[in-house]
Design a protein around this ligand. Structure first.
Ligand code: RB5
Length: 145
């Protein structure tokens, strides 16, 4: 599984910690976000990562901004992307199992690094269950923009 991670300027330290954590678990994770605290615009980084998911170049994205909300809103503009913002592991698990979400967003100003690691581990371990959930995800995908 190929994972892209990105962030904005308020989330540089969180991104570094999560990137290191994901790589230490043996996953292929590529960093597309800024590494400096100079102000940037989160929609640019969210769209870039979302297009890498929509093109099939990457399987999952992890996007971090202050709240995770801006990243989620921007990523969901790209067809084929199902981005969620999440502050606890239960929703991360169900978003994979039921919604086949492919972009996990969270807020570096909302949760701490250890909780973020737990959410990411849960997200990466969970698998889409298909069946009736596939029908519903297909319905989501067929909603006209
Ligand atoms: C940056 O100040 C902040 O707006 C951004 O990190 C994010 O929270 C937006 O949703």
């Amino acid at each position: 599984m190929k994972i892209v991670i990105s962030n904005d300027h308020v989330s540089v330290e969180m991104k570094k910690a999560i990137l290191k954590h994901i790589q230490s678990r043996g996953h292929d994770c590529v960093d597309y976000g800024p590494s400096l605290s100079e102000s940037v615009d989160y929609p640019i980084f969210a769209e870039q990562a979302a297009r890498l998911i929509a093109s099939g170049e990457f399987d999952q994205a992890i996007l971090i901004c202050g709240t995770g909300i801006g990243m989620m809103l921007a990523a969901n503009k790209v067809h084929g992307v199902r981005a969620i913002v999440c502050s606890e592991p239960y929703s991360a698990k169900l978003a994979r199992e039921h919604n086949n979400a492919n972009v996990l967003c969270f807020g570096s100003r909302v949760i701490g690094v250890e909780l973020a690691k737990l959410i990411v581990d849960t997200w990466l371990a969970a698998e889409f269950q298909g069946g009736r959930h596939a029908t519903r995800v297909n319905m989501l995908e067929s909603i006209a923009p």
